[in-house]
Design a protein around this ligand. Sequence first.
Ligand code: BDR
Ligand code: CA
Length: 316
Amino acid sequence: FLPVLLDCDPGIDDAFALAYLACRDDVETVGVVTTAGNVGQDDVLRNALGLTELLGMDAPVARGADAPLVEPVMTAEETHGPHGLGHAQLGDCGRHPDGRSGAQLWVDLARKYPGELVGIVTGPLTNLALALREEPDLPQLLRGLHVMGGAINHRGNTGPTSEWNIAVDPEAGHEVFEAWGKASKRVVLGALQATEVIRLDERDRRAVKELGEHPVVKVLADALRFYFEFHEADGLGWCAYLHDPLVVANAVTGRFATTRPLAVDVELTGTLTRGQTVGDEMGRWGKEPNVDLLCDVDAERFIEHLISTLREGLGA
Ligand code: BDR
Ligand code: CA
């Protein structure tokens, strides 16, 4: 099996990413770390504990950082609902957080599965940046790192040029990209250009509602309805971009997109562009690529795959 650590901020699309991992027989989710982002740390932690319990996942869930490295946390209740899962209600949860910090769980699992652990981040990169301070060899220890984040030389979804996960903690993004570059490794990056191709429509929403009798299906469906309402209010029509699951599915299957190498860094000081992910398309920096950027996303095949994986895992 493939050992996976998911660092996330559930978050509606993060909830789908967790459910997808739970439904894959060839994957063992060995750890879940939460990062303050879509909503505050208390809520993302409660959501991760409740979702893993409902999904029957026994991976330790560790509380990550309460705030980004430098600035106070920003949250997005209008996008993900007052507690992060839209209209969904999670009942009382019997699970408790792991005693370790999120950063410590990264370090412990990377050392426990050297060369095997697949790290996936679908929220801000705060915990991973903190983990790198304790274990600078993380880029070599991991089998790979897959991140949903950034908008490479492209409009943002937070500031005019910044994407949410990087905008929440630009310093952490910078530290992670720099560390991977120094180690001559590449982060597999699903930026907005790739993830916004995954646009669920009403037919997909109904398919989610009808996935099966499993109690998590109602949570996913109620969460997704809120996400559609948000996208509609944002002027995008009755639809929802499902960013995080694409990156997770690509990490464990290598399918649904191609990649191209690129040197990437995060703008930290721009008064208009802080948090922008800049890609050096022309090689002006003279640096080796530190990113494999997801391109050519096959949305139709991916959405079909996501729904059928969830149906097989949750339908019975
Ligand atoms: C990212 O930001 C969050 O709102 C989503 O969960 C996703 O990880 C998209 O910009
Ligand atoms: Ca997320």
